[in-house]
Design a protein around this ligand. Structure first.
Ligand code: G
Ligand code: G
Ligand code: NA
Ligand code: MN
Length: 250
């Protein structure tokens, strides 16, 4: 049995789940929202990494059904929170450029009663390369309905700067490879400073991914980075583990 074969029945068999990872304010540590990360508990293989099955889901087209499930679950979950925190959903190339994607997002927001401004979609550069014209139209229309658009894994793609100019991004997510030991690594530090400068110049907020230590966080704060995500604030986990954060009595 192939992964692809098993993935076909994963939704129906209730094997997919969502993990939530906090995105926090650098200066106060206050949580602004969560990124949603897909998890697959296979009956015999155990936990299968999304790094393994997402590419298979993309090649087979299964990502369309799975992505719809993720979007619906995430919006329904976020709409139930007492506090108006944001929810960030990863969207793949095939989804972004598929027929009816924007209509689907709009309908999901209406059905779940989630205000569009509380939804953020995370797009990597790879998602733009596949069909840049269609990707642009989709992103423009999502922006029009009020959804925020973040450029994921910034700095690891082929033409990050051109893409930043050509597509209507609202936020830059610095890839975690640049954040690791940034305070002790002059090259990484120079790159992170430059990306923060870019964000300031373009008027785009920048979030640092993969923040694991207080030294990294301190560096980011001193350099003017306002938002961060990483194990320091919390590992991706079932939303129940963040019960205090999502209720209003904090
Ligand atoms: O959670 P983890 O760090 O193992 O995720 C590995 C990769 O899978 C990351 O690149 C992440 O963006 C991607 N990923 C996780 N959840 C989703 C999802 O719901 N949709 C898509 N398209 N990618 C996801
Ligand atoms: O590609 P994307 O940025 O969506 O990937 C998110 C991935 O990064 C997830 O697999 C998540 O588990 C992982 N991740 C989140 N925070 C940290 C961290 O602080 N350190 C490391 N090493 N990985 C992290
Ligand atoms: Na992401
Ligand atoms: Mn990322």
């Amino acid at each position: 049995r192939s992964i692809e074969h098993d993935l076909r029945s994963a939704i129906a068999n209730n094997e997919l789940g969502l993990a939530y990872q906090p995105q926090a304010q650098v200066d106060t540590g206050e949580v602004n929202g969560f990124e949603v990360l897909l998890r697959w508990k296979h009956p015999t293989r155990g936990d299968v990494s999304p790094a393994l099955f997402i590419p298979i889901a993309e090649e087979s087209g299964l990502i369309l059904k799975i992505g719809e499930w993720v979007m619906r679950e995430a919006c329904r979950e976020a709409a139930s929170w007492k506090r108006p925190l944001t929810v960030a959903v990863n969207v793949s190339a095939l989804q972004l450029t598929s027929d009816g994607f924007v209509e689907f997002v709009q309908a999901t927001l209406e059905q779940t009663n989630l205000p569009a401004k509380r939804l953020e979609i995370e797009i990597t550069e790879t998602a733009l390369i596949r069909d840049p014209n269609r990707a642009l139209v989709s992103l423009q229309r999502l922006k029009e309905i009020g959804v925020n658009i973040a450029m994921d894994d910034f700095g690891t793609g082929y033409s990050s700067l051109s893409n930043l100019r050509a597509f209507p991004f609202d936020k830059i997510k610095i890839d975690r490879s640049f954040i690791q030991a940034v305070h002790a690594n002059p090259q990484a530090a120079a790159i992170v400073r430059a990306v923060l400068g870019l964000g300031r110049g373009l008027g785009l907020p920048v979030i640092a991914e993969g923040v694991e230590t207080s030294e990294e966080l301190r560096f980011l704060g001193l350099e003017g980075c306002t938002e961060a995500q990483g194990y320091l604030f919390g590992r991706p986990a079932p939303i129940m583990e963040f019960m205090q954060l999502i209720s209003d009595n904090i």
